[in-house]
Design a protein around this ligand. Sequence first.
Ligand SMILES: Nc1ncnc2c1ncn2[C@@H]1O[C@H](COP(=O)(O)OP(=O)(O)OP(=O)(O)O)[C@@H](O)[C@H]1O
Length: 577
Amino acid sequence: MTARARRYLANAVAACGTPAIVRLLLAMLLGSVLEGAVLALLVPLIQLLAGSDHPQVPVVGASISPTTLVVLAGVAVLLRGTVQWWSAVTSADLRLRTLDALRLRALGGILEADWSYLATQRRSDVVHATTVEAERAEAAFELTLRMMVDALLLVASAVVAVIIEPRLGLPAIGCLLVVVLVARRGVRRSVDLGVEWTARTMLFSATVTDSLSSLRLIRAHEASAQWLRLLREASDGGRRVQRRYVEHTAGTQALVSFAALGIALLLVVLGRTMGLGVAELVALAVVTTRLLTTARALLGEGQAFAHFAPSLDAVERIIEETAHAEGLDTRPRSSAATRPPDGPGVGRVAGEERAGVSRPLLELRGVTVGYGEGAVLDGLDLEVPAGALVAVTGPSGAGKSTLLDVALGLLVPEAGEVLVDGMPVGDPRAWRARLGYVPQQTVLIPASVRENLTWSAGRELSDDALWAALEGAQVADVVRRLPDGIDTVLNDLAQLSGGEQQRLSIGRALARQPDLLVLDEATSSLDPATERAVLANLRATGAAILIATHRASIAEVADAVVALDPDHLFSNEAGPA
Ligand SMILES: Nc1ncnc2c1ncn2[C@@H]1O[C@H](COP(=O)(O)OP(=O)(O)OP(=O)(O)O)[C@@H](O)[C@H]1O
């Protein structure tokens, strides 16, 4: 548990800096000391109210004038309030900064991660880790600081108890240690329950996410009852874990309270046997009360921390696993280590420098790629000349999307080369700046049509450019008919038909004014006439097109067709153009 607490602290220090954390810790400590002081001043205040002219301050043992006492109590209360207010605000600020830094690191890692890693991840797990778990981790961060403060206070109270009366202070500390050792088992159990809780809530999130993305299917198959059962099972599991956790914490707290009462009684009996005066007994009672309440609070915090702390593991797992961001080198993995560095990469300049040398825009030479066992593409050759339309065909599972991922520079081949303008792709990001991509499954963000077109454009786009992209995708008329035209917010995808959404997605790729359009079944929802019109518009932009398709109509008009055969060969046939 202490290792986890150190990791929490390291995250907070990284996000907010050591001085900010130290300032907060000192303020929390001061707040608790002032709390103790106010408590201690209650004793002489009660004596004052009972008619004493010389009330005694416990612990210090000195008498104090009524005026000084009242002023001192007022100042202490005011100071305590101010310090605690500052601590609460600062703590929330640092906590939230730590939380933001943590989840942005995780999400940043996801956005930059190697594609082969991302392909194995479950989306709902990432969403859950960076929202629910990150927020639980935030709670654990505050508990880390509180535990540090309370541990310091505990030691301070113990020292004061020993100073007042070692014969009572030492047995009190001994009893307390025994209680803490016994209660530690409860803390360990909380860690286990915290881990289980993380797993349960992750399952629940996954079930919710999956059911929301399958709403149409669930309704069409009248399977709501089955899904509800799955959701109920997932939430029941979480509730049971949470209940066990509360049973444990409440049990431990009850045990500590009971032990505290026993210790207090023991001290009174011992004190009386030793013949201690009332003043010493009161002082000792104040200090031991503080000692016991701090110990109880510390145990409670320890249990809560133990329960929340595993959440950090879920977020840090993503940060660690995505630590190896996408390499800038897309030479085959097997030869990348041994070959000398390549030239200037794939920016437009590289191509222009080679003016006069007519090389295809994109070439794949002997590319072999797979996902573990066996190759999906084995020694594939492919050329996409500038301005040409190349169709990739083949049965389902033949490797069409895989080939497109290689073309996009997302998948690094195990063998073979990917050349752009005749040069190896050194920096896939520079290459992708020249691409427009339309995925198999349309993705529109819940924002206006304009934002859907511009967010991935990488530059400011004039209205003329946006409408040109929409015209090219044969969707301009649809957008004009929307309530707010291009500024209509697409909150509900049911606003647009599947084919309209697909055309918007094509418009988004066109808005990037790419050199190469990579289309993955991107016209599958269009009728033949619209498909022909869209393809003609795309060709008219002068961009090369690499399209994965099942449609014979596209293969017929392509300049070249790469037919993938999962069992054996690929054939590279020239089309009619
Ligand atoms: N992330 C992945 N991990 C493991 N195997 C994968 C992964 N992605 C694809 N595959 C496998 O690679 C093979 C080719 O898949 P790919 O998606 O490239 O085929 P496809 O020709 O595009 O199929 P479809 O026409 O059905 O979309 C399939 O057998 C698939 O199961």
